[in-house]
Design a binder for this molecule. Structure first.
Ligand code: UTP
Length: 409
């Protein structure tokens, strides 16, 4: 058991002494909970708050050609056959990354519970399950679905799935696991308190999903089931193609360690990460790292050389993830709205970003692997992300895309 003295010593080492400010006024139970939280929390990343923006690792960026739609169409039969075979042998699992807080959308419920319906209920989760069901139907076998949640949304997510009868998905094929948390701080790297007895924390990014799978024992299950490929995808794309047999077949046939679904960028400066090679290994160049030279660069066909943006749908070979699991992924310091108590102990829910969260990102896993197939999907049919209520990547834009795809809302 961590003592008060040990906690104070640890906090002082990281310049976080204020965490114990309200300690004396806490109940015995709250005191114990706070000491345990201090013991479990890694404060070592907080000093990066002041250096945010300068953390980027950037090697030499060169183009990585995508498999474009005409090539996919020319081989569709062969790829689909190979993909379906893997699915039928039980070698493919789906991993829904749903641990995020969805602060931009601004709902108190987990993002998967958001209802985009107009004349009837159509929940984000429902859209995902419906898309996965299409593949299940085609393959004639159920696909294991792993859902990553966080401490903040786990209970609600599970309850929602129960209430909705998993939208018709076989519950025995669904496994939940919880991701790790990281402290959240102000711009000086001082952790915020979400109450007098609790440090503000937030999920540590989507990049820790495989490590969390291992920590929670779920990886063992994956291995025992003989799953060789894991399709990890974001919760917020309501047109997401999940475990798409053609995508799986293409990645396997091209002998790649992973595949990344990509869309043709709408404009050279569009705010999506573009697939590239970095020091000869697959990588993603973030939109804010796109220099004018990179934006103007052309490939041998005369097309923009960094023209394909990732949409957070990646197919990973499980064995390769085991191999890279102990590699330290880069840390991203992200400015976000962080609810916290003020000097008087009153809860503040900020309207604008007020501090930093510390995240590892799934896209950085790609750079640890030897090869990646960027696989083009048609944006209008496969990419309708919901980040905001209105405007770009919003409930509104996603509704319109659903409408165009004949999905009744
Ligand atoms: P976003 O980058 O959109 O983050 O996540 P977010 O937390 O959901 O939303 P904002 O930025 O606060 O508005 C992209 C995907 O990664 C998942 C999200 O659930 C979403 O599917 N994610 C994000 C996690 O699983 N864990 C995290 O810690 C962060």
């Amino acid at each position: 058991m961590f003592t008060y003295e040990q906690a104070a010593e640890k906090l002082n080492r990281y310049g976080q002494g204020h965490v114990l400010k309200y300690y004396d006024g806490l109940s015995a139970e709250e005191k114990q909970a706070l000491l345990s939280q201090i013991e479990a929390t890694d404060f070592s990343m907080l000093h990066y708050a002041k250096e945010r923006g300068n953390l980027g690792r950037r090697g030499v960026i060169t183009p990585l050609g995508a498999m474009e739609v005409p090539e996919i169409e020319a081989h569709r039969e062969e790829f689909e056959k190979a993909g379906l075979e893997e699915i039928r042998k039980g070698r493919v699992g789906a991993v829904l990354l749903a641990g995020g807080m969805g602060t931009r959308l601004g709902s108190d419920d987990p993002k998967c519970m958001y209802d985009i319906g107009i004349t009837k209920h159509v929940y984000i989760m429902q859209r995902l399950i419906e898309n996965l069901q299409e593949v299940v139907k085609k393959a004639g076998v159920s696909i294991p679905l792993f859902i990553m949640t966080s401490d903040k949304n786990d209970a609600k997510t599970r309850q929602f799935m129960k209430d909705m009868n998993c939208f018709g998905y076989d519950p025995s094929m669904i496994t939940y696991f919880i991701q790790d948390m990281a402290p959240a701080s102000d711009y000086e790297g001082r952790v915020y308190m979400e109450s007098r007895g609790r440090i503000a924390t937030s999920p540590n990014g989507n990049g820790g999903w495989f490590v969390s799978m291992a920590k929670t024992g779920v990886l063992k299950k994956v291995q025992e089931m003989g799953i060789e490929w894991l399709d990890a995808f974001a919760v917020d794309n309501v047109l997401q193609r999940i475990c798409d047999p053609c995508f799986i077949g293409a990645t396997i046939t091209r002998n790649c360690a992973c595949g990344a679904m990509v869309v043709r960028k709408a404009a050279p400066d569009e705010k999506v990460g573009a697939m590239c090679l970095e020091d000869g290994k697959p990588s993603i160049v973030e939109y804010y790292d796109m220099t004018p030279e990179l934006m103007e660069a052309r490939n041998e066909k005369g097309d923009p050389a960094y023209n394909f943006g990732v949409i957070m749908n990646y197919l990973f070979r499980e064995k390769d993830l085991e191999r890279i699991m102990n590699e330290q992924l880069p840390l991203h310091v992200v400015e976000k709205k962080i609810a916290h108590i003020d000097e008087n102990g009153e809860l503040i829910k900020p309207e604008a970003p007020n501090g930093c969260k510390y995240e590892q990102l799934v896209l950085d896993m790609i750079h640890e692997l030897d090869s990646c197939l960027p696989y083009e999907v048609v944006r209008e049919h496969a990419f309708a992300p919901i980040k905001n209520k209105t405007g770009i990547d919003s409930v509104e834009s996603a509704r319109e895309l659903c409408r165009q795809n004949g999905i009744e809302l």
